[in-house]
Design a protein around this ligand. Sequence first.
Ligand code: NAD
Length: 282
Amino acid sequence: MTAAPTTTVPTITLNDGATIPQLGFGVYQVDPTDTKRATLAALEVGYRHIDTAEMYGNEQGVGEAVRDSGLDRADVFVTSKLNNGFHDRTDAASAFERTLDTLGFDYLDLFLIHWPLPAVGDFVETWKAMEEMHASGRVKTIGVSNFQPHQLQRLFDATGTVPAVNQIEVHPYLTQDDVRAFNTKHGIVTEAWSPIAQGKVLGDPVITAIAARVGKSAAQVTLRWHLQRGDVVFPKSVTRSRVEENFDLFDFELTTDDLARISALNRDERTGPNPDEFNWIP
Ligand code: NAD
């Protein structure tokens, strides 16, 4: 790998003291046969945070890219997620071992319960397994994904612990003000998945007008909106020029008015499932 530029990505300190780069690279829907190449390209551009999941079927390519990059393992923050269908204490523990094996790592930076699956197994028992993995030192930070406030509250009440991260769908058409406020109130960092709504917000006239004024693309403006709101993002692209574009976010700033105008685009419109109704097992 050729030397990556000095990264300007800010880090956020989590409630367990670990730090996470605020901008990463997501690999959902990246073909397993292309994942090593795409991840190596992202690392070469300067990304130091990769978001994968067992469900994506491409953990192996992520692990290979990190190893082949020439970077120290400690310099790349890697997240994976417990696949649906392993929501009990024993199954969760073996799924975590499988994730480490597939990645070829001896530890993981962040492991998340991928979905709460209200009608499948028990996410409280699953969380107890996550706490045991954390205590073993083989995962540095544990968190959840797609949890609603009432599900987080049940977790706090049953276990007395607070996840470090809640990874939820957030973009200008789904601003998630209630869930984000609940996360913040409890010291949980919000990670915004599908940050550009898989491209759906890029033609929005409010966003394209701001983009024209600041001399950036609609994707850059949207990603900058997330960063200035304090969320963690990891846009996905397999196209080198877009991977570079999505990393080039640190030489401009949106005004308070820009932020408010983008936030006002909210329509509570999801691109993915509603976590209260989603119980799918692959
Ligand atoms: P995204 O909002 O990042 O959009 C990705 C799509 O937008 C790409 O396929 C590409 O077609 C297009 N795109 C990317 N950059 C562009 C640019 N600069 N200009 C024009 N088009 C561009 O959507 P995503 O991949 O669904 O979400 C990002 C990451 O979030 C995923 O890769 C994954 O890591 C994570 N995620 C998590 C969950 C979860 O349940 N926890 C669900 C979905 C995604």
